[in-house]
Design a protein around this ligand. Structure first.
Ligand SMILES: [Zn+2]
Length: 211
């Protein structure tokens, strides 16, 4: 390695340690995981499960910091390993296992999103079939986080269409955050409209928001 390329490499490493490989929440060097041990210990498991739904952690503190980086940061893939762990954790809490397909909540006119890349990775680890094509978003909607709870449900009504092949099948639907449940419930309705036997919901986080 020439002294110039060594110099450039050192700068790159320094940059990575500042911007990429440090704990998203507190900034401490953690080498590869997006949250350090101390911040991970602060994560609060989301316990209020309903039938067929599981969430890893409450959307608060370090979980919130990590999710915001995943949604809006350029280096969102930094969260993938940690978030796959979170999805596996939530999946373990679901009573159901034998799914016909794992499907991420889709975006309008975009097949490959951050969520779908993450869900693909999780499906592989959980040894489940990843089938994003089974659910389509058929119209553009307002961003849910800009709306009040009562507006969210109306905003999303009829926005999704499921493939007829889901008839009689069990589907695992994945999203990043469960707030009022409007989005995932609308997706589940689209599957039930096509005769799905059961739709389970798995999200990385859940807000403590009460309806
Ligand atoms: Zn930390």
């Amino acid at each position: 390695m020439s002294s110039l390329s060594k110099y450039l490499y050192m700068i790159k490493r320094f940059g990575n340690s500042l911007f990429t490989y440090n704990c998203i929440s507190c900034g401490k060097d953690v080498g590869g995981r997006c949250l350090c041990k101390k911040c991970s210990e602060k994560l609060e498991p989301a316990g209020d499960y309903q039938n067929g739904s599981a969430y890893a952690f409450y959307y608060d503190g370090p979980a919130r910091d990590a999710l915001l980086r995943f949604k809006f940061g350029k280096d969102y893939k930094f969260c993938f390993d940690t978030f796959c762990d979170w999805l596996l954790l939530g999946y373990e809490k679901l009573g159901d296992k034998d799914f016909y397909a794992v499907v991420p909540v889709p975006a309008f006119e975009t097949s490959e999103t951050r969520l779908s890349s993450l869900t693909r990775k999780f499906s592989l680890l959980a040894n489940l079939p990843f089938r994003p094509e089974l659910l389509r978003k058929i119209r553009k909607t307002e961003k849910q986080h800009n709306l009040y709870a009562s507006e969210r449900r109306i905003n999303i009504i009829g926005a999704f269409e499921a493939d007829p092949s889901v008839k009689g099948k069990k589907i695992l639907l994945v999203d990043d955050i469960f707030t009022t449940g409007s989005t995932v419930n609308e997706c589940a309705s689209a599957f039930y409209d096509k005769g799905a036997e059961k739709v389970c919901i798995l999200t990385l986080t859940k807000t403590k928001y009460k309806k």
